[in-house]
Design a protein around this ligand. Structure first.
Ligand code: FES
Length: 128
Protein backbone atom coordinates (compact mmCIF):
# COMPACT_ATOMS: atom_id res chain seq x y z
CA UNK A 1 0.00 0.00 0.00
CA UNK A 2 1.17 3.55 -0.60
CA UNK A 3 1.48 6.53 1.66
CA UNK A 4 -1.81 8.06 2.77
CA UNK A 5 -2.18 11.75 3.60
CA UNK A 6 -4.13 11.98 6.84
CA UNK A 7 -3.86 15.41 8.41
CA UNK A 8 -2.37 18.86 8.15
CA UNK A 9 0.54 19.33 10.55
CA UNK A 10 -1.12 22.48 11.89
CA UNK A 11 -4.00 20.33 13.15
CA UNK A 12 -1.62 18.37 15.40
CA UNK A 13 0.18 20.90 17.60
CA UNK A 14 2.70 19.75 20.21
CA UNK A 15 1.03 17.81 23.00
CA UNK A 16 -2.11 17.00 21.03
CA UNK A 17 -3.55 13.84 19.51
CA UNK A 18 -6.00 13.14 16.72
CA UNK A 19 -7.93 10.11 15.55
CA UNK A 20 -7.85 9.54 11.79
CA UNK A 21 -8.94 6.85 9.36
CA UNK A 22 -6.27 5.44 7.06
CA UNK A 23 -6.64 2.41 4.84
CA UNK A 24 -9.82 1.47 6.71
CA UNK A 25 -8.03 1.47 10.06
CA UNK A 26 -8.50 3.69 13.09
CA UNK A 27 -5.17 5.38 13.69
CA UNK A 28 -4.23 7.60 16.60
CA UNK A 29 -1.74 10.37 15.84
CA UNK A 30 0.18 11.60 18.86
CA UNK A 31 2.49 14.63 18.98
CA UNK A 32 4.58 13.87 22.05
CA UNK A 33 8.05 14.93 23.17
CA UNK A 34 8.76 16.61 19.83
CA UNK A 35 7.83 13.59 17.69
CA UNK A 36 4.74 12.53 15.80
CA UNK A 37 3.69 8.91 16.23
CA UNK A 38 0.98 6.94 14.45
CA UNK A 39 -0.41 3.94 16.32
CA UNK A 40 -3.42 1.67 16.04
CA UNK A 41 -6.28 2.98 18.16
CA UNK A 42 -6.94 -0.50 19.48
CA UNK A 43 -5.23 -1.97 22.48
CA UNK A 44 -3.86 -5.43 21.60
CA UNK A 45 -5.03 -6.73 24.98
CA UNK A 46 -8.82 -6.47 24.77
CA UNK A 47 -9.37 -3.81 22.12
CA UNK A 48 -9.92 -0.65 24.14
CA UNK A 49 -9.44 2.72 22.47
CA UNK A 50 -6.12 4.34 23.31
CA UNK A 51 -7.38 7.84 22.46
CA UNK A 52 -7.42 8.83 26.15
CA UNK A 53 -4.35 6.82 27.10
CA UNK A 54 -1.82 8.46 29.37
CA UNK A 55 1.49 9.42 27.73
CA UNK A 56 4.65 8.82 29.73
CA UNK A 57 8.01 10.56 29.81
CA UNK A 58 9.69 7.52 28.26
CA UNK A 59 7.47 7.70 25.13
CA UNK A 60 4.88 5.11 26.04
CA UNK A 61 1.10 5.16 25.94
CA UNK A 62 -0.86 3.51 28.72
CA UNK A 63 -4.21 1.90 27.94
CA UNK A 64 -6.93 3.44 30.12
CA UNK A 65 -8.64 0.07 30.68
CA UNK A 66 -6.07 -2.30 32.28
CA UNK A 67 -3.00 -0.07 31.97
CA UNK A 68 -1.01 -2.07 29.47
CA UNK A 69 1.78 0.20 28.23
CA UNK A 70 3.33 0.30 24.76
CA UNK A 71 6.36 2.05 23.28
CA UNK A 72 5.08 4.72 20.88
CA UNK A 73 7.88 4.16 18.38
CA UNK A 74 8.16 0.37 18.28
CA UNK A 75 4.85 -0.78 19.77
CA UNK A 76 6.77 -3.01 22.19
CA UNK A 77 4.95 -4.01 25.36
CA UNK A 78 6.25 -2.25 28.48
CA UNK A 79 3.52 -3.58 30.76
CA UNK A 80 0.75 -6.11 30.13
CA UNK A 81 -2.57 -5.74 31.91
CA UNK A 82 -1.25 -4.81 35.37
CA UNK A 83 -4.58 -3.29 36.49
CA UNK A 84 -6.48 -3.84 38.66
CA UNK A 85 -4.05 -5.59 40.99
CA UNK A 86 -4.30 -9.40 40.89
CA UNK A 87 -7.38 -9.37 38.66
CA UNK A 88 -5.46 -7.54 35.94
CA UNK A 89 -2.98 -10.41 35.75
CA UNK A 90 -5.83 -12.85 35.25
CA UNK A 91 -7.16 -10.64 32.47
CA UNK A 92 -3.68 -10.47 31.00
CA UNK A 93 -3.68 -14.25 30.65
CA UNK A 94 -6.81 -14.08 28.50
CA UNK A 95 -4.74 -12.93 25.56
CA UNK A 96 -1.11 -13.58 24.73
CA UNK A 97 1.15 -10.54 25.07
CA UNK A 98 1.20 -8.69 21.77
CA UNK A 99 2.86 -5.50 20.53
CA UNK A 100 0.84 -2.48 19.46
CA UNK A 101 0.73 -1.81 15.72
CA UNK A 102 2.68 1.32 14.82
CA UNK A 103 2.87 3.02 11.43
CA UNK A 104 5.70 4.89 9.75
CA UNK A 105 4.92 8.56 9.22
CA UNK A 106 6.41 11.40 7.23
CA UNK A 107 5.69 15.12 7.03
CA UNK A 108 5.85 16.80 3.63
CA UNK A 109 4.76 20.33 2.80
CA UNK A 110 2.99 20.61 6.11
CA UNK A 111 0.97 17.39 5.65
CA UNK A 112 1.24 14.21 7.72
CA UNK A 113 1.36 10.93 5.81
CA UNK A 114 1.07 7.36 7.10
CA UNK A 115 2.34 4.19 5.47
CA UNK A 116 -0.15 1.53 6.43
CA UNK A 117 1.61 -1.27 4.59
CA UNK A 118 4.59 -1.23 6.95
CA UNK A 119 2.83 -2.18 10.15
CA UNK A 120 5.09 -3.76 12.72
CA UNK A 121 3.22 -6.89 13.62
CA UNK A 122 4.25 -9.18 16.46
CA UNK A 123 6.92 -11.65 15.38
CA UNK A 124 7.75 -9.63 12.29
CA UNK A 125 10.93 -7.67 11.83
CA UNK A 126 10.78 -3.95 11.07
CA UNK A 127 11.94 -4.72 7.54
CA UNK A 128 8.81 -6.83 7.13
S1 FES B 1 -7.84 -3.43 26.91
FE1 FES B 1 -5.99 -2.31 27.05
S2 FES B 1 -5.00 -3.15 28.74
FE2 FES B 1 -6.82 -4.31 28.58
Amino acid sequence: MTWIKVLSQTDLPAGSRQLVKAGGRDVLLVHHNGHIYAIANRCPHLGASLARGELTGDNAIVCPRHRSAFDLETGDVKAWSPWPPAFGRMLGAVRREQALSVYPIKVEDGEIWIHIGDVYEPGQSAAG
